[in-house]
Design a binder for this molecule. Structure first.
Ligand code: NAD
Length: 357
């Protein structure tokens, strides 16, 4: 029997509750398939600062590097907001991504037919949307130096090297080849030099992918087009900050931020995590939606472990659970036959996984 080592980082806020449900579903699926998952828990974020005095303890980096994949919930909260930047929970996550070489963040957005009324957008705009954001994750303005905040001035640096752009563009084109072979590169080349280099390198990489149809779009237009006609997109390739913003916007296409999964990969070990944060406003109430984390666990099975049947099984179970009208509170106005708590919906999905033939 195949055995995999999974590093589990539950984190802060709703992190622990959503990760627990993903583990429940993973246990259900591994019981049906021929593999075993061994979990090892590590601290990161505010909880790690409280317990270890740092948001990213060395043993967390080491443990993750020695695993087959990392399943992560979310970090952050007001309690730690006043700490120096290096001690804040978010800095732990940024450093972990860097330490694992996870430079590519893959964020699929699919509209479940059952939730087509869950969005604030019209059903006819949404039906059939299936897009895939490839976001650069370890460069750009979030990491660029110099950076500082002084009394009356503050600045950051948006910086990309040719190599950083090339490797994320390759991920974008490879993703497009596995999908509908359309890639839209999003930048701000009319204003930013860094975007001009971005466009130049993307054009160069495109030479190796003659089957992929490439277009370029400015980020402000892309934000508008995502809302106006999201069906026009297949793969969106973009940098760190633009991808951060566009993928949150695309979450409303699916109906709730609590549905969107992601994979952060590129190095030896990938991090599988929902796109949302720690939702301190609802933490501990048992009302958060664990589906984004459950679908991230499915991405982990697919991309990190190659357990395609298991990943398909989870995705189908989620679809069927939504079809049968089960909803968490964030989706409850949308044709719910039953409003479920976090752990109830996790158990229902695990049961559906177990029942699938
Ligand atoms: P957020 O994503 O945590 O929450 C935004 C809104 O969406 C809130 O109203 C929240 O209740 C809701 N929401 C988020 N996830 C949900 C879920 N699974 N089910 C139901 N509702 C959900 O973003 P924020 O409020 O801007 O940030 C809160 C904290 O999270 C901050 O400390 C921020 O730095 C941190 N953060 C962490 C990550 C991460 O861990 N990857 C990402 C973004 C923000």
């Amino acid at each position: 029997m195949k055995r995999y080592k999974i590093a589990v980082i539950r984190g802060d806020g709703i992190g622990p509750e959503i990760v627990d449900e993903a583990v429940k579903v993973l246990d259900a699926v591994s019981a049906k398939e021929d593999f075993e998952l061994n979990y090892e828990e590590y601290l990161m974020g505010g909880i790690a600062y409280d317990v270890k005095g740092t948001p990213l303890p060395d043993e967390t980096i080491e443990g993750c590097l020695n695993s087959d994949a990392v399943l992560f919930g979310s970090i952050g909260g007001e309690k730690w907001d006043k700490l120096p930047r290096d001690m804040r929970p978010e800095s732990g996550l940024l450093r972990l991504r860097k330490a694992l070489g996870a430079f590519a963040n893959l964020r699929p957005t699919k509209v479940f037919d059952e939730l087509v009324n869950a969005s604030t957008l019209k059903p006819e705009v949404l039906q059939g949307v299936d897009l895939f954001v490839v976001r650069e994750l370890t460069g750009g303005i979030y990491f660029g130096e110099p950076r500082a905040k002084e009394a009356d001035v503050a600045y950051n640096t948006m910086i990309y090297t040719r190599e950083e752009i090339r490797r994320i563009a390759v991920v974008g084109f490879d993703s497009a080849m596995k999908r509908r072979k359309k890639l839209c590169s999003v930048d701000k080349a009319n204003v930013l030099e860094v975007s001009q280099l971005w466009r130049e390198v993307v054009e160069e990489v495109a030479q190796d992918y003659p089957e992929v149809s490439l277009s370029h779009m400015y980020v402000d237009n892309a934000a508008m087009q995502l809302i106006r006609n999201p069906k026009q997109f297949d793969v969106i390739l973009t940098g760190n900050i633009f991808g951060d913003i566009l993928s949150d916007a695309s979450s409303m296409i699916s109906g709730s931020i609590g549905l969107l999964a992601s994979a952060s990969m590129g190095g030896k070990v990938g991090i599988y995590e929902p796109i949302h944060g720690s939702a301190p406003d609802i933490a501990g109430q048992g009302i958060s939606n664990p589906i984004a984390t459950i679908l991230s666990a499915a991405m982990m099975l697919r991309f990190a472990l190659g357990e395609i049947n298991a990943a398909d099984r989870i995705e189908l179970a989620v679809k069927n659970v939504l079809k049968d009208g089960y909803r968490t509170r964030d989706l409850s106005a949308m044709g719910a036959s039953e409003v479920c708590s976090t752990s109830e919906i996790g158990s229902i999905i695990a049961n559906y996984v177990a029942k699938l033939s």
